[in-house]
Design a protein. Structure first.
Length: 161
């Protein structure tokens, strides 16, 4: 982490499997001081710290937010209670996601994409601290996926006009 920060990066993203499939909330709480140190280290180097967690995170929200991370990356509408997440920590942490990349963008239709984008914007964007993004990402390339990505962008633009 120090090497990356010394290179002058803007954002360092950590974690992944630190969810309740692998850790109890008590275990995460026990490691929160380490996470707080990472946050301070990133901030001392002028960078932001993102915490990547895409599933089984609801019991950990407050613990993660208390470490001072700047963003939680991976807020998947199929895994997260978006309203509860926004209410509990949306004023402290940037929430990054809102659309499922695989099931919605890669396999859904345009109406599903637009609906999920609208729900993400309506639920997570008020008050700021939100980055709309497919979770985890979109890996495939096909005419359907290109149409769905175009629908995602179009619906996002409509939501901000």
């Amino acid at each position: 982490m120090r090497v990356m920060l010394a290179a002058g990066i803007d954002l360092y993203i950590k974690a992944w499997y630190e969810n309740t499939d692998f850790w109890t909330p008590a275990a995460v709480a026990g490691s929160s001081s380490r996470s707080s140190l990472r946050t301070r280290l990133a901030h001392d180097h002028g960078a932001q710290l993102g915490y990547l967690i895409t599933a089984k995170a609801m019991p950990l929200l407050d613990l993660i937010a208390e470490t001072g991370v700047d963003a939680i990356v991976g807020v998947d509408p199929r895994e997260w209670d978006l309203s509860r997440t926004k209410q509990r920590i949306g004023d402290r942490v940037c929430l990054w996601g809102g659309v499922n990349g695989h099931l919605t963008v890669e396999q859904g239709d345009e109406a599903e994409v637009r609906s999920e984008v609208r729900r993400g914007l309506d639920t997570l964007a008020p008050g700021g601290r939100f980055i709309l993004s497919p979770v985890d990402n979109v890996r495939e390339d096909s005419p359907l996926i290109r149409r769905n990505v175009a629908a995602l962008i179009d619906e996002w633009q409509r939501g901000w006009s």
